[in-house]
Structures are given as C-alpha cells and as structure tokens.
Design a protein around this ligand. Structure first.
Ligand SMILES: Cc1ncc(COP(=O)(O)O)c(C=O)c1O
Length: 386
C-alpha cells in the first residue's frame, strides 16, 4: 500500500532548484533583499501572464486582499459581500480594511451564487469578492450584471493562478484581484507571499504605496500604510515557477480527469464539475461523500492524505459568528461543508499513488455498512493496488 501525502512540493523544487540557486546567489551578491529588480521582473511577468496592466507584490494573500480593498476605497461604514464558503482570510481582509462582512451562499459548484446578490445590495454595499474556489473562477459575468456599476468587483484568486473564464485569466476579471503565493498554491513561493493584480493605474499606485508604509520612497508616508513587500528571494522562486505554471496546471487537469474516470463507477462519490466557460486549474480536487468524517479518518489511518476545505463555513467560525447568521443561514454552503473531501492533487503525484487514493476511498465507502467505524489507533489496511 503506497502512502500518499496530501501535498508534496519536492517534485516541483527539483525542477526549479538550479534556477532558484542561481537566482539566490545573484540576490546574495547584490544584497538587495526587499523589492528590487527581481521583484519588478516577476511583477511584470505575472502581469503579462494574467493579462493585467499592473501586479504589485506583497507579503501574503491576506494582505493582497486587504490592500486591494483599501486601495479601491473600501473602508469604515462599507459592506463587502463574500461567499460563506471560503478560507477565513477573505473575511479577515474585509475586517482589516475597516469594512463589514456580509455573507452570501454558494451554488452546487462551490462558487458564489450570483442569483442571491441583488436582494443583498444596500446603500452601504461597496464591494463583492468573487472567490475562485478550488481553482475555477466564479461567474463574474453574472455577478457583474447583478450589482450596480459603482460596486467594486474584487477577485480572490488565491486558488486560481492560471484559471480562465471565457479565455480571460483569473486576476483580470474584476476591478482588482488579490492572490496568494503560499507554498502549496498552484504558484507557490518558499514562504509567505502574495500579489495584487489590476489594470487600474490609480488602484495600483495606491497599493504600491500602502504596502510600503504609505509611500513610494523612503521616509515618504502619504497615508497610513503597512509593511507588506514581496522580497527578492521569493520573487526568484516565483519567476522560476511561473515559467512552468501552465505545464503544471495541465498535469493537475490530467490528474483531475483521471480521478473522475476512476471514480465514475462509485455512485456514492460526487465528483467536481468544471463550469462551462471555465478552464479549471484544480488547486483542489473536492469530492462529496456520505459519512465524510469516517471516510476521512479511514483514509488518514491508511496514510492517504486528504483534507477539508473547509470544515466550517466562515459565518459559523467563532471569529465571525453572529446572531445575524445562525446555523441554517447559508444552507448550500453548510450542507457541502458536511460532505466535502479534498483528495491529493499536485504535479508529481504518480498514477500509482492516485490509484491507491481511489482504492482506499472505494474500500472505505464499501465498508460503510458492513464494518463498524474504526476505533482510535486501529489500522485497517486498504487493499494493495497494482
Ligand atoms: C481563498 C483564499 N483566500 C485568501 C488566502 C490567503 O492567502 P495567504 O495565506 O497567503 O495570506 C488563501 C490562502 O490560503 C485562500 O485560499
């Protein structure tokens, strides 16, 4: 039985190691660690890749979203609509920008349900964040048509580097976007990093100042900013990996199609759908299964990595819970959260490893009636794969 980690970045590192080492040596020789030419080169390359006029490298994806909101003029007294099923950072960014979070439910494809938006718009609504969850874009066209023109459309593209909506890349579909280069992302750094993407020169200039203590030059502080700059070493890694991103995303798509094929005869498993018009990049491959917690425990007991993205919708997390949003407020997000299961997917995952994941998942679902739940410490092996 092959152990399969949920994520293994070693394969990716081997492919860029030499270029990263050379780049690091150059940065060490220049002793230029914050911003500088490597960051500018990456910002230009990523802007061309995404099809936007400006990319501003920042410290994290959370900062990218916060600074995108602030630069677009979102602040105290404003409401920002976000889907209830996202990583907590989407909501944190809104609060850190000084605004108030308004949650909306998702659809069956895990994406913001645009049909619910018009009823939620108030005179305080200032922005909607379309989260491109798991690697495919939210329906930005329907979102745009459901909201007044003066409401800012922000993309949370943290999980969607390279994804396309009707041929256009994630990051170029709204007024401004934020992305994360957390190591496990499709385009991952060797530490925390993020970026803001926009074709608005005004928003770009403001983000560039906000990330650098509110000014573009040393000791210039035009407004209260923060310290959230992309560093040169991360830019070296990101430039090296960007050249391989399309190839690596294509491998994710191949693996996703293979999972879907291998699971086609397991009626208990609902496999993910790519929405027509989208090019999915499968940051996560998320199935829905009955008895999810038991199945997850069984996979883990058998050294098969699996994850939950996310176990609890944001409106039910202690940090964001409120009487305004009791259990049942966002039924689709809450139901999906009980059934979702993320299977390992990354370039470097072998077909043999993938077969092990599928066999273990299949065995675990078959055992749902015949075998009582495993006790703590017990180890029931899944059948070996050929
Ligand atoms: C959907 C989403 N938004 C925002 C973030 C925040 O990015 P970071 O961890 O780089 O702050 C993440 C990262 O996990 C994410 O998945």
């Amino acid at each position: 039985m092959t152990a399969v980690p949920m994520l293994d970045l070693g394969w990716q590192h081997e492919r860029v190691a030499e270029r990263v080492r050379t780049g690091f040596d150059r940065v060490f020789a220049a002793t230029s660690f914050i911003l500088g030419p490597d960051v500018e080169d990456f910002e230009t390359a990523f802007a061309n890749y995404c099809g936007v006029d400006h990319v501003i490298g920042v410290g994290t994806g959370t900062d990218a979203l916060e600074l995108a909101l602030r630069a677009a003029g979102v602040g105290a007294g404003d409401e920002v609509i976000i889907p209830a099923n996202t990583f907590v950072a989407t909501a944190e960014a809104v609060v850190r920008a000084g605004a108030e979070v308004r949650f909306v439910d998702c659809d069956q494809d895990f994406l913001l349900d645009s049909t619910l938006l018009s009823a939620m718009i108030t005179e305080r609504t200032r922005a909607v964040i379309a989260v491109h969850l798991y690697g495919q874009t939210a329906d930005v066209d329907s979102i745009r048509s459901a909201i007044p023109d003066d409401i800012i459309l922000v993309e949370d593209a943290a999980q969607a580097q390279g994804a396309r909506h009707r041929g256009r890349r994630a990051g170029s579909l709204g007024d401004v976007a934020g992305t994360s280069f957390y190591p496990g992302k499709n385009l991952g750094a060797y530490g925390d990093a993020g970026a803001v993407m926009t074709s608005s020169a005004r928003i770009a200039a403001r983000v560039a100042a906000l990330r650098n203590h509110g000014g573009l030059h040393k000791y210039e502080h035009l407004e209260v900013g923060t310290n959230s700059r992309l560093d040169s070493l991360q830019a070296v890694v990101l430039s090296a990996k960007l050249d391989l991103l399309d190839e690596w995303n294509a491998e994710r798509v191949r693996l996703a199609a293979r999972y879907t094929e291998l699971l086609a005869d397991v009626p208990e498993v609902v496999t993910p759908r790519t929405v027509p018009g989208n090019d999915h990049v499968f940051h996560q491959y998320v199935v829905q299964v009955p008895e999810r917690d038991r199945v997850l425990a069984e996979l883990q007991t058998n050294d098969i990595g699996a994850g939950l993205h996310y176990r609890t919708p944001v409106h039910l997390l202690p940090a964001f819970a409120s009487e305004a949003n009791p259990v049942g407020s966002f039924p689709v997000a809450e139901r999906l959260a009980r059934h979702i299961l993320s299977l390992p997917i990354y370039p470097g995952l072998s077909d043999h490893q993938q077969d092990s994941v599928v066999e273990c998942l299949r065995a675990s679902l078959l055992s749902s009636v015949a075998v009582p739940p495993i006790s703590v410490g017990a180890r029931r092996r899944c059948p070996p794969t050929g």
